[in-house]
Design a protein around this ligand. Structure first.
Ligand code: FES
Length: 123
């Protein structure tokens, strides 16, 4: 797998919104959405708690590091294969369904512009 490969990710929220992001093969899906300005439902960020669970509807992912198999197996498979977005990296274009609170965008276009201008250095 080319670690620099980049895939389209579609995230379907519980209220039916679809959110889109690109994610590299060496990056977890949660981090890619955070980098794109979305607030993700996360707690441990280490594959142990299940707060970031999503159900794989299309495509392939790989958990990059160890996840709690007991936690993963505790989730129903009615919506698809459960995956933990804090550890899951794409191996193809992916579509996942998330549970709970809809993902909210935390950065407006104005704050993005302010962040971009404040990160510039003079000279
Ligand atoms: S945030 Fe705990 S398993 Fe992903």
């Amino acid at each position: 797998m080319d670690e620099a490969a980049q895939f389209d990710i579609t995230l379907v929220t519980e209220d039916g919104q679809t959110l889109h992001c690109k994610c590299r093969a060496d990056t977890c899906i949660a981090a890619a959405f955070e980098a794109a300005g979305f607030r993700m439902r996360l707690a441990c960020r280490s594959g142990g708690c299940g707060a970031c669970v999503a159900w794989l509807q299309e495509g392939h992912v790989q958990h990059q590091q160890t996840v709690s198999r007991a936690r993963l197996d505790a989730f129903p498979r009615t919506l698809g294969q459960p995956v933990f977005l804090c550890r899951a990296s794409p191996r193809s274009p992916v579509r996942v369904q998330v549970a709970g609170v809809p993902v909210r965008r935390i950065l407006s276009p104005l704050s993005n512009a302010l962040n971009a201008s404040s990160s510039r250095t003079d000279g």
